[in-house]
Design a protein around this ligand. Structure first.
Ligand SMILES: [Zn+2]
Ligand SMILES: [Zn+2]
Length: 350
């Protein structure tokens, strides 16, 4: 490994409501118990475009985005213990947590009171290098590509956390996954592995075909009645769990309309500022509305192993260089690809 450069390219928010820009910034220095990671791939999430619009405060700008990151350790900061060495292949959990609050102490790191997230309150992985605490590192075996590894912390681990930890989905149950995009296509696989029956909704035939390939009953809501499919599959009872990857008032209405009494509605997306929830069905059917935020470090450890063992297949729809951020945004917005968009270097496209 030669000497590290002084500066690097990164995709950043420079002003809210502007566009995502490629800027040149200093290569970060790893702090105490941190390492510097040479980023080999980073996943592009629709949250990145929400952040551009200022939907969550990012602290001082410019802020380098990117909360789905994989790469190699190239430098160790002070006091890094000997579990980590230069050259290790790693994927990074999103939440940088304090380790001391009630939620950290009880393993609910996704609720840490003092968290600073990669690509939100601190600089993230849409860059050539990123500094990160060792507590955020999960080792990745050679059999998993960097492009696959980078989407595991969010698109896969968050979906896993939502369905298993929050939804408590189990054998023989039925789940409806509203929106078969980057999260949904992994949700189908996870739910099938959990022994559940899966209904996945969407409007784009290619995405529905992908959901079917992984074992879902696909419903094109442009042309089919979701209620009819649910009634037939569940003998009129309704589904046990709804995972809502759309997050608008129409999807809430649709999801609650097919949920069985006592069923769980997983709030994974938030396109609206407020949701309109019909009060009487919520009351009389004892629906559970459950927020699903991110994932724990153990969730990432788990999904890395599932991918290694072939239980889950990370689905990547498009590859772009960091410099091609405009094309990546266009691709994200037209929603035609299946699975996740990944920033990587040209030589890694596969
Ligand atoms: Zn995300
Ligand atoms: Zn904490």
């Amino acid at each position: 490994m030669g000497k590290l450069p002084e500066t690097m390219k990164a995709i950043a928010v420079t002003a809210y409501g502007d566009k995502l820009r490629v800027i040149t910034v200093p290569v970060p220095k790893p702090g105490i118990n941190e390492v510097l990671v040479h980023v080999r791939a980073s996943g592009f999430c629709s949250t990145d475009t929400h952040l551009l619009q200022g939907r969550q405060p990012l602290g001082t700008l410019p802020r380098v985005l990117g909360h789905e990151t994989a790469g190699d350790i190239v430098e160790l900061g002070p006091y890094v213990d000997d579990r980590w060495k230069i050259g290790d292949r790693v994927s990074l959990t999103v939440d940088v947590t304090c380790g001391a609050c009630r939620f950290c102490r009880t393993g609910q790191t996704q609720l840490c009171k003092n968290m600073k997230r990669m690509g939100f309150e601190r600089d993230g992985g849409h860059a050539e290098y990123v500094a990160v605490p060792t507590t955020n590192l999960v080792k990745v075996p050679e059999t998993i590509t960097y492009e696959q590894a980078c989407i595991l912390p969010d698109a896969v681990a968050c979906t896993y956390h939502s369905i298993m930890a929050q939804g408590k989905l189990g054998m023989g149950q039925t789940i409806a996954i509203l929106g078969a995009g980057g999260l949904g296509v992994h949700g189908v696989q996870i739910a099938r592995q959990a022994g559940a029956r899966v209904i996945a909704t969407g409007r784009r035939p290619e995405r529905l075909q992908a959901a079917e390939k992984y074992g879902a009953i696909a419903v094109n809501t442009n042309t089919q009645s979701l209620e009819d499919v649910v009634n037939e599959m569940t003998r009129g009872e309704g589904v046990d769990v709804v995972m809502d990857n759309i997050g608008n008032n129409a999807s809430i209405k649709q999801g609650l309309g097919i949920l069985r009494p006592g069923g769980k509605f997983l709030v994974v997306a938030y396109m609206e500022e407020n949701f309109a929830v019909p009060a009487i069905p919520l009351f009389s059917k004892e629906f559970e509305l459950i927020g699903c935020r991110a994932s724990t470090r153990q969730d990432l450890v788990d999904v890395v192993r599932y991918v290694e063992e072939g239980v889950i297949e990370p689905v990547i729809g498009a590859y772009f260089d960091l410099e091609e951020v405009d094309q990546a945004v266009e691709c994200l917005e037209n929603g035609q690809m299946i699975g996740r968009i990944v920033f990587t270097r040209k030589e890694h496209y596969s």
